[in-house]
Design a protein around this ligand. Structure first.
Ligand SMILES: [Zn+2]
Length: 148
């Protein structure tokens, strides 16, 4: 999914479950669970190779990633004192995607990175249809807004 959905989910879990020994595995599990729902994201070109890796990376870097920070700020920080937990959740929720970086761009093919990338790809379901691919992500954001 987009970093906007992953980051908001991670921020939500971390803000509701302050114990990181419980929230951390839940946040990581939520990443793979959300990725298993057929979705559209700008980064799908990174792994599907249908799109230029550089173009997909730039879209991720300048669109999805900064918007995920903005959405977490708007949902969890506006009008409240600084709280590290939503940002911890945001960061942990994106770690699986950060770990793709050495595999995709640095040609790192160590056993651990390769196994992780294979698992990530296995759990990932994409659709090129933007409406049906963005709908579950909009629903995730609406649900978080309703219950946060
Ligand atoms: Zn992912």
């Amino acid at each position: 999914m987009l970093s906007i959905a992953h980051g908001s989910t991670g921020a939500f879990i971390a803000s509701k479950i302050p114990n990181p020994y419980i929230s951390l595995p839940l946040i990581l599990a939520s990443h793979f669970l959300e990725d298993s729902i057929p979705h559209w994201d700008v980064g799908q070109g990174l792994t599907s190779r249908k799109k230029c890796k550089r173009a997909a990376f730039l879209q991720e870097l300048f669109f999805d990633f900064p918007l995920s920070i903005l959405v977490v700020y708007l949902l969890f920080q506006v009008g409240r004192p600084f709280d590290w937990r939503p940002w911890f959740g945001w960061f942990i929720s994106l770690v699986p995607d950060f770990l793709e970086f050495p595999y995709l761009f640095l040609e790192n093919r160590s056993v651990i990175i390769k196994k992780f990338a294979a698992f990530h790809r296995w759990s990932h379901r994409s659709t090129p249809n933007k409406f049906w691919g963005l709908l579950p992500q909009v629903l995730v954001l609406l649900l978080i807004m309703l219950v946060k």
